[in-house]
Write a protein that binds this ligand. Structure first.
Ligand SMILES: Cc1cc2nc3c(=O)[nH]c(=O)nc-3n(C[C@H](O)[C@H](O)[C@H](O)COP(=O)(O)O)c2cc1C
Length: 328
């Protein structure tokens, strides 16, 4: 089962991807957080996150957010020149600022527009194209009008996050609707959403043996050992290894970002997820969120880790608590 790292803007850019690949195993390929397209000259600033020199760790598929075929074609060619034989089109972004402009999940109520876009773009780009999408923007049946459109095109994969755009991240993924999509699509389908424990992973694999892969985001940010544990159940979440990963990530941000505000801002976003696997997670997160300079941050982090080693805690994810409700 192929395992994809989910694109998460502000989190899984190249600093995270490189640090992850130095410390952990289990991801086969990463999809980059979205790049917006430009129709004119593309500078390195536009594509910094996917420049090959910044990406020596994990194989990468750059993701584009666009409703502009010309900008998309322009960017696709640039990425091909850089060596990217596959790119991904974002049809899932739920934020109204994006979706109201008919980008991301804003495309989903308009299968005719998706059709037009793909018919213009696909014959003019040298790359393979995969799509990452939700079930719909407003309701979870929109996908059933889209799949027949997509079936007419040679896509390399269809990554489905079975929520709607307006749902954002609330509620649970609609596995019943996802199941109905599988026999309808002629493309390789990748499942994405709420895999937070090895048990969640096995639930998905057992229920949907025809899926070609899974994509994982928040679950991996909370517990970067999760894929190693899936492959080798004897692996345990090891706080010393986690600390050395943390330090690497932190030092990389320090070396490329200017000013403590930017570095701490990034690290605090990571802690929203990482703290979930910590004993006294709320307390730890609050303390880290309050820090305003490097020395405060470093001492709070040290305290957080030393607390875990002293308590020798049992980690929630290793107890196999499932995030999914039982199958109806
Ligand atoms: C902070 C944040 C940023 C995200 N950025 C992107 C993005 O740039 N492109 C995209 O396709 N999805 C993005 N997503 C959605 C994730 O890729 C993924 O579909 C979602 O988190 C569900 O998977 P998970 O439960 O494994 O995290 C983002 C999600 C979050 C929470």
């Amino acid at each position: 089962m192929k395992k994809y790292l989910a694109p998460m803007r502000g989190l899984t850019e190249f600093v995270y991807r490189n640090a992850f690949s130095r410390h952990f195993e289990g991801i086969d390929v990463a999809v980059s957080p979205f790049i917006t397209t430009v129709s004119g000259k593309i500078s390195n600033k536009h594509i910094k996150d996917v420049l090959p020199q910044n990406n020596q760790g994990l194989p990468l598929i750059p993701q584009l957010l666009s409703k502009d075929p010309l900008g998309f074609i322009n960017m696709a060619h640039k990425l091909f020149e850089l060596g990217y034989q596959e790119i991904n089109w974002n049809l899932g972004c739920p934020y109204s600022m994006v979706a109201n402009k008919m980008r991301g999940s804003g495309f989903l109520p308009h299968p005719d527009k998706i059709d037009q876009f793909l018919s213009t773009v696909l014959e003019k780009i040298p790359n393979r194209l995969s799509i990452k999408m939700r079930l719909g923007r407003f309701n979870d049946d929109e996908i059933f009008s889209i799949i027949p459109v997509l079936n007419a095109y040679p896509l390399s994969a269809l990554i489905i996050h079975p929520r709607t755009g307006v749902q954002m991240y609330k509620g649970v993924p609609n596995l019943n609707k996802f199941e109905k999509c599988l026999p309808l699509s002629r493309h390789h389908v990748i499942y994405n959403g709420d895999i937070r424990s090895p048990k969640d992973y096995h639930t998905i694999c057992e229920r949907f043996p025809s899926v070609d892969g899974i994509m994982i985001g928040r679950g991996l940010l909370s517990n970067p050992f999760i894929l190693e544990i899936i492959d080798k159940p004897q692996v345990k979440l090891d706080y010393l290894r986690l600390k050395s990963f943390h330090d690497d990530l932190y030092n990389q941000y320090r070396s490329i970002l200017s000013g403590s505000g930017h570095v701490l801002g990034r690290m605090k976003e990571h802690w929203k997820y990482m703290s979930q696997e910590f004993h006294q997670s709320q307390k730890i997160l609050k303390k880290i969120q309050r820090t305003v300079n490097f020395s405060q941050y470093e001492s709070s982090v040290l305290e957080a880790f030393s607390l875990q080693r002293e308590k020798n805690i049992t980690v929630r994810s290793l107890m196999g608590l499932s995030y999914f409700p039982p199958v109806q």
